[in-house]
Design a protein around this ligand. Structure first.
Ligand code: SF4
Length: 218
């Protein structure tokens, strides 16, 4: 089974509790206005990899010391068969080595649509952040981009890990972004507040660092 991947990283500390594996799938058919991850929208067969290979990378990269896996994108539910294979592989890994990492998944589809079309996949998750990003709604809560997006614990582990965060407000002082450098590309991971990316771009430009291409504009 192949899965189309934009990137994967460990440790991610801004998309869920603790030190996590972050997996960004490639391809999103939703197209929320103001999405900061527009580089993940296009379907790109050149980004396909096998789920087995991705699971091997997960096992090797974290050395068994992780708190969770966050699956985001892109739109994970646009690849339902690949997502099913990934979730089955993660569950098998978790069981076989008795790890207790949780699995959090983002989706731009509504909860009602996911429950109708993908109930078996939801049953494999510990927590879900559904609903499209709405630029006109403020960033109010931790790990969510706009105030319409709920955090839903879906399992016992999910309730243990996430119950206290469901209504937790995002503080100005919260760490919301991480930076990764890969050659001459820089990745910003996390949930920026409104205007953060434009402010970053302006601040870098003042120091003579111009971005040739950014993911938060077409
Ligand atoms: S916010 Fe998520 S669902 Fe919306 S367009 Fe961006 S990647 Fe797709």
């Amino acid at each position: 089974m192949k899965i189309s991947i934009n990137k994967a990283h460990f440790p991610v500390t801004v998309l869920g509790p603790g030190r996590r594996i972050g997996i960004w799938v490639q391809g999103c058919s939703i197209g929320c206005k103001g999405c900061v991850s527009q580089d993940t929208w296009g379907v790109d067969p050149g980004r396909d990899m096998s789920v087995v290979q991705l699971l091997s990378w997960c096992r090797e990269t974290c050395g068994g010391k992780l708190d969770g896996v966050t699956i985001t994108g892109g739109e994970p539910f646009d690849q339902p068969q690949a997502l099913a294979a990934l979730l089955a592989g993660l569950a098998q890994w978790r069981r076989s080595v008795k790890l207790d990492f949780d699995i959090l998944c983002y989706s731009g589809y509504t909860l009602a649509a996911l429950q109708k079309k993908h109930a078996p996949l939801l049953a494999q998750l510990d927590a879900l952040i559904p609903e499209p990003f709405v630029q006109t709604r403020p960033l109010t809560h931790v790990w969510r981009g706009s105030s319409n997006q709920p955090l839903l614990p879906l399992s016992e582990l999910g309730r243990q890990r996430y119950a206290t965060q469901v209504d937790a407000l995002a503080q100005v002082s919260d760490k919301r972004m991480q930076t990764m450098v890969d050659g001459n590309r820089v990745w910003y991971v996390g949930i920026p507040a409104r205007g953060d990316m434009a402010a970053l771009e302006a601040s870098c430009a003042e120091r003579g660092l111009a971005f040739s291409q950014v993911s938060w504009r077409p």
